[in-house]
Ligand binder design. Structure first.
Ligand code: ADP
Length: 397
């Protein structure tokens, strides 16, 4: 069965065409700068890369080009009708979706109704969904939500101690994100331990440009660091994670910033970038710290200290973790972040093997010392493959 996975952003579409259940990637790529004068698609298939520079006035034009690349001369498909299903990454499913769904008009309406909860993400996700339904009529479309995996959290984990009316009337609560990734790597961790997902507790650290952690008990997320939006929790590339919300009042009143200014400050100018004053890229932060850049060193310290605090919190939530997983760009590739984040946690059950940690980059590895109570694992995440799995499972019944 051939599954097309789409991740539609405001000016981009990331895609992967997979043969399922073989998990074989036939083609993948990124269409960028949609709506700008100069657009570009980078298409990978059969070990080759093809770059097409072309303007895409809208998402429909971009997806048409993607379909043309998949089916054109030397393409991986003969006709677009060979696509058996399309899996869409949808960011916010609110409280309606605790799993993936086959998309119908009611699902589209529900995603639209959740736009106030994810004003930056849900509109482009919807656009991709609507365009795919139009260009591939009759092909089942599946929605896979970033929030769904965390919907099993109990009220004590998802409620903020704000006036309850704000939850009842406006649904202000913790939702959590990166659910597809947390679910995928926690399942994989159980398999690597040789145990059933139902029988293990796993802490998953998704450290990419965005970063979040989840406590997974018996295959279900019971707590997570991101909240109402992806701003809460860990330090990220350009977002601060936790801080006192009174800072926002101060910025609005004493520094006379507008709501838009504060939004930009929190989403684009904080985190590693804000602290270092230079970059949101952990590779450059680490290089800076090595070369005597004090602000880069500080950013690295704050980042890892926050990860450590959350590992403590998630360990308390679970009582004990059988495995701790590092994933995403930073988690998969940075021995420095992993060792700094776990320093001093040996008595809590997390002891690294320094040599294994240093060697683990981008591939699955057990990097724990023999004496470590919890297994410490590096597991590359693959959100697109996870979406393809969900899509395949739903449409094959
Ligand atoms: P996204 O959240 O956008 O999907 P990724 O999961 O790809 O991002 O993570 C991107 C980040 O991973 C980059 O910003 C970079 O800081 C970090 N990264 C990638 N490779 C390394 C590396 N070798 N060492 C440290 N950090 C890395």
């Amino acid at each position: 069965m051939k599954i097309l996975v789409l991740n539609s952003g405001s000016s981009s579409i990331k895609y992967k065409c997979c043969e399922m259940p073989a998990h074989r990637v036939l083609a993948s790529g990124l269409c960028e700068k949609i709506g700008e004068p100069a657009g570009r698609v980078t298409h990978h298939a059969g070990g080759r890369e093809e770059v097409v520079e072309q303007a895409f006035p809208d998402h429909a034009a971009a997806l048409e080009k993607v379909l043309a690349l998949l089916t054109g001369a030397g393409g991986v498909l003969q006709r677009k009708e060979e696509i058996d299903g399309v899996g869409h990454r949808l960011v916010h499913g609110g409280e309606q979706f605790s799993g993936s769904v086959i998309v119908d008009d009611a699902v589209v309406d529900a995603v639209r109704a959740n736009i106030p909860l994810a004003p930056l993400h849900n509109p482009p996700n919807l656009l991709g969904l609507e365009v795919a339904r139009r260009l591939l009529p009759g092909v089942p479309q599946v929605g896979v939500f970033d929030t769904a995996f965390h919907q099993g959290m109990e009220p004590r984990a998802y409620l903020y101690a704000l006036p309850y009316e704000l939850y009842r009337e406006d649904r202000i609560r913790r939702y959590g994100f990166h659910g597809t990734s947390h679910a995928y790597v926690s399942r994989r961790a159980a398999r690597l331990l040789g145990r059933r997902a139902e029988d293990v507790n796993v802490i998953t650290c998704h450290l990419g440009n965005g970063a979040s952690m989840a406590a997974v008990r018996g295959g279900r997320s019971v707590d997570t660091s991101m909240g109402f939006t992806p701003l809460e929790g860990l330090v990220m590339g350009t977002r601060p994670g936790d801080f006192d919300p009174a800072v926002i009042l101060y910025l609005l009143k004493d520094r006379a910033m507008s709501a838009d200014d504060v939004n930009r400050l929190l989403n684009k100018q904080s985190g590693l970038l804000g602290l270092s004053g230079r970059t949101n890229d952990m590779r450059e932060i680490e290089a800076g710290a090595r070369n005597g850049d004090e602000r880069a060193a500080l950013a690295l310290e704050v980042y890892c200290y926050r990860v450590k605090k959350y590992i403590g919190a998630m360990t308390a939530v679970l009582g004990r973790a059988h495995a701790l997983v590092f994933t995403a760009g930073v988690g998969e590739n940075s021995p420095t972040v992993r060792s700094k984040s776990l320093a001093g946690l040996e008595d809590m059950g997390y002891a690294l093997d320094a040599a294994k940690n240093a060697a683990a980059r981008g591939t699955e590895a057990d990097i724990s010392a023999a004496a470590s109570r919890a297994r410490i694992l590096v597991i590359p995440t693959d959100e697109e493959i996870a979406i393809a799995e969900e899509t395949y499972a739903l449409i094959s019944g």
